[in-house]
Ligand binder design. Structure first.
Ligand code: ASP
Length: 326
């Protein structure tokens, strides 16, 4: 082929590319979407993400693949997503830690949960439980409180890194009980749960989701659920109030976020797919069986999520800045 023909061919291809440009937001999605999970596989955030994403994939007509991006209590993943191209092909499952508590825990946090993300919608509310290895001596919460105070210097408390829900909620528990246990970080409460089951750590505070199967299977013990009411997935488990520690009432949540500047039609499609997933009987059953709470229609909107992030940042920042850690 003559070189002038090659040139014409190359120019033609380039023109076609320029004219085509990126696919318009209305056509979204034309390829696989990556859902970044800021913790290890098998933990609550990962489990909720997989349940919801599976259904959302069917609605949007493209695969949503999960990428577990680990480190720094979920803040590594959140920083990455805040800086990702805002085209809807990179989104994340954040939570009360990554998008609220981290603000009070990291003086130099590389992102602002309120301004560097577009809220898509709340996926699940997750009660917090006080969990322990199955052979920990205390039989109930009152005994646990006495025991943990007496053994403070040798007790190990597992969590998913500074900024995680498990870290944040057990920090609150420690400040209520005025204790300083040794804290042992994991890349998520999936691996932390394995350590609890294996007896390598003594206790942790965590979102209900990956605890229900273990409690039912008798591989760990649970002292209380930190909600006002008992949970239908674990009807025998007393609330913290019933068990004698009313000051420890706390719950968490998981929600979808996109980088700031993601086009509105893309966000609308993702929110609609999330809403549809949360209305699906099978998705609901799976989430409810794991003890999570499914947000009603008013709590699923991007506006409601923006308001939740704002109020949670305001709620946690003073608690954590005043915590023994800072
Ligand atoms: N539940 C964890 C937390 O403590 C994270 C995870 O989902 O693995 O934030």
């Amino acid at each position: 082929m003559r070189s002038s023909n090659i040139l014409v061919g190359v120019l033609g291809a380039l023109t076609a590319l320029v004219l085509a440009g990126p696919a318009p937001a209305q056509d979204y999605p034309t390829r696989t979407v990556t859902l970044v999970v800021p913790f290890a596989a098998g933990g609550p955030t990962d489990v909720i993400s997989r349940i919801v994403a599976e259904h959302m994939s069917r609605t949007i007509g493209q695969q949503i693949i999960i990428e577990n991006v680990l480190g720094a209590g979920g803040t590594t993943a959140s920083t990455r997503v805040a800086r990702a191209t805002p085209d809807g092909y990179t989104i994340m499952m954040g939570h009360m830690g990554t998008h609220a508590a981290s603000v009070g825990l990291y003086p130099k946090l590389a992102y602002n949960p309120e301004t560097d993300f577009e809220p898509i919608g709340l996926a699940a509310g997750t009660p917090i439980l006080i969990l322990a290895r199955k052979d920990l001596p205390p039989k109930d919460l009152k005994e646990f409180i006495t025991w943990v105070k007496a053994n403070e210097d040798k007790v190990n408390q597992a969590h998913a890194g500074v900024g995680s829900v498990s870290f944040t909620t057990c920090t609150l528990l420690s400040s209520i009980l005025n204790i300083k246990p040794t804290s042992v970080p994991y890349q998520g409460t999936g691996p932390a749960m394995n350590a609890l089951v294996g007896g390598q750590v003594d206790y942790m505070c965590d979102q209900i989701v990956n605890a229900v199967p273990q409690i039912k299977g008798g591989t760990i013990k649970a002292y209380a659920i930190a909600t006002a009411e008992r949970n239908p997935s674990l009807p025998e488990l007393p609330t913290t109030k019933e068990a004698g520690l009313p000051a420890f009432e706390v719950s968490a949540w998981n929600a979808l976020f996109a980088p700031k500047g993601t086009p509105k039609p893309v966000l609308d499609k993702l929110n609609a797919a999330l809403v549809k997933a949360l209305d699906d009987e099978n998705v609901r059953k799976r989430l409810l069986d794991l003890g999570s709470d499914i947000p009603g229609p008013q709590r699923r909107t991007p506006q409601a999520l923006a308001a939740l992030v704002k109020s949670e940042v305001a709620r946690w920042t003073p608690i954590l800045k005043g915590s023994a850690l800072n």
